[in-house]
Design a protein around this ligand. Structure first.
Ligand SMILES: [Ca+2]
Ligand SMILES: [Ca+2]
Ligand SMILES: [Ca+2]
Length: 503
């Protein structure tokens, strides 16, 4: 086991526990405008922290998330900012370094940790390093990037059929995603030193961790062994500065490819699981989610005993959940599933109110709908095309409605955050003998929680051996269920598209 010896050096059970929480991904430009120019910014997030978590466990009208992931906030020529021109600044459109420090402080006072995107596979082609590298072949920045030589096939195609070599004068440079994003050269120790310095800077500003963009693409041709050497070097460095730093990576691939990255990172987004959850709730038939999760975890544990899975439904690169599922009750089921699984769930902003969006990336990043029409703080970075008219989800329209999707998210997040077994526990699949019912046990420090989700739009029966020390009781229920637990036998009828959690 690669992880067990080395991992223990850089973490401990207390640190492991401190890294757990429910995260909320904010696409900064779309979330909230605090400065009146119609573009989302850091001030807008600060002003709306009470919506996310007011820091008071006795009030229940806030969402209750305990972590934020901010998409890139650095200066950049694009609206999405995944191509950075200055890693040490905040884009003026988004705010200032002081705003960032204030956001972190205000978030911490509410029990919210803040992580930020670290986009270092590539820079912007407008980054001064790249500009100088192009202008002067003798510049020290030339070797920050990857240049074609006599042996290079400049017609090489990347994994999505795209051109990866792009002309600059008489030369060609490597840019996996597009010509505006030249890849950095991680064979150059000066590049590695620069990236560590950037991370140090943001740790000094108070950040709690990083979401590592395109983590598997660090070396051309996706050489995983070399990527691991670099990421372990990075992990060791940032952990030496901040022992409880949380690292979650984008490794958009199947679980056997993802698993080795647990040698470097606390978490990796579970793309494969997201797909299975959406397929299952959409069809009403479980594809075997609990067993799949258990299988993934066996793979992850080979690389680190401290792995924290990162279940989610969709992110800023994918069609929105409500556009895939279309029905409020089905969207509730999807939420119930991933918010009761092990790991750190990541909610994409707007998912909790059922925002829609498909196709072009901008459609998946529409302004967060605070109001039925409009009001202070509303981002207007683009006019909504998916979230207007008949389908108009909003916080204003849902916050006081106990049957709303927003209330459902709030209830499940608060349940999870208040229950150590749901928060930290591992998963043991249950054989429910019913293809419509997902069943599993969560276990933590000798305690158990029994979870059942009926994905079908009809009542479903379950009958299962449940040898427990005392009869099971209801922890959570969002349907009218009829069930008994006697003589080690749990029998019940589950209401359509609903969940029952026992302890
Ligand atoms: Ca603004
Ligand atoms: Ca509260
Ligand atoms: Ca790369």
């Amino acid at each position: 086991m690669i992880g067990s010896g080395s991992a223990a050096d850089w973490t401990s059970n207390d640190i492991y526990k401190s890294k757990h929480g429910v995260y909320y991904q904010i696409f900064v430009r779309a979330f909230a405008d605090g400065r009146g120019d119609g573009l989302g910014d850091l001030r807008g997030i600060i002003e709306n922290l009470d919506y996310l978590n007011d820091g008071n466990p006795h009030t229940k009208d806030d969402l209750g998330v305990t972590g934020l992931w901010l998409t890139p906030i650095h200066p950049s020529p694009t609206y999405h900012k995944y191509d950075v021109t200055d890693y040490y600044e905040v884009d003026p459109e988004i705010g200032t370094l002081e705003d960032f420090r204030e956001l972190v402080q205000e978030a911490h006072s509410r029990g919210i940790r803040v992580i930020m995107d670290l986009v270092v596979n590539h820079t912007s082609s407008s980054h001064p390093w790249f500009v100088e590298a192009c202008l002067d072949p003798n510049s020290p920045y030339r070797d920050y990037y990857i240049w074609a030589d006599g042996d290079t096939n400049i017609n090489e195609r990347g994994p999505w059929g795209q051109n990866v070599w792009h002309p600059a004068g008489n030369d060609h440079y490597y840019g996996l995603f597009w010509d505006g994003m030249p890849d950095l050269n991680y064979d150059n120790p000066r590049v590695r030193a620069e990236i560590k310095e950037i991370a140090q800077f943001w740790i000094e500003q108070g950040v709690d961790g990083f979401r590592l963009d395109a983590a598997m693409h660090i070396f051309a041709h996706d050489e995983p062994e070399r990527a691991h050497v670099w990421w372990n070097e990075f992990r060791d460095y940032v952990t030496s500065l901040k022992p409880d730093i949380y690292l979650v990576a984008e490794v958009w691939d199947r679980s056997n490819v993802v698993a080795p990255y647990y040698a470097s990172f606390d978490s990796n987004f579970n793309f494969h699981l997201a797909n299975l959850i959406l397929r299952s709730v959409n069809s009403g038939f479980d594809v075997g989610i609990a067993k799949v999760v258990q299988g993934h975890h066996e793979q992850f544990a080979q690389y680190s005993p401290w792995f924290i899975d990162a279940p989610f439904l969709t992110n800023h690169d994918q069609d929105r959940v409500m556009s895939i599922l279309n029905h409020k009750e089905t969207a509730k089921m999807a939420a119930s599933l991933y918010l009761t699984l092990p790991g750190n769930p990541f909610i994409y902003y707007g998912e909790e109110i059922g925002m829609k969006g498909v196709g072009a990336d901008e459609n998946k990043r529409e302004p967060f709908k605070w109001y039925e029409t409009t009001g202070p703080g509303q981002s207007e970075w683009r006019s909504s095309t998916f979230n207007v008219g008949q389908w108009q989800p909003s916080v204003e329209g849902q916050i006081g409605d106990e049957t709303s999707l927003l209330s459902h998210y709030r209830n499940l997040i608060q349940l999870r955050e208040s229950n150590d077994v749901l928060k930290y526990g591992k998963i043991v699949p249950l054989e429910t003998e019913n293809r419509c019912v997902v069943g599993f046990i969560r276990e933590w420090e000798g305690q158990q929680v029994w979870v059942f989700h009926n994905l079908a739009d009809s009542k479903q029966m379950v009958e299962i051996r449940a040898q427990t020390q005392k009869p099971l009781r209801t922890l959570y229920s969002d349907g009218i269920h009829a069930w008994t637990h006697m003589k080690g036998l749990l029998k019940g009828e589950l209401a359509p598209q609903s969940s029952l959690i026992l302890y």
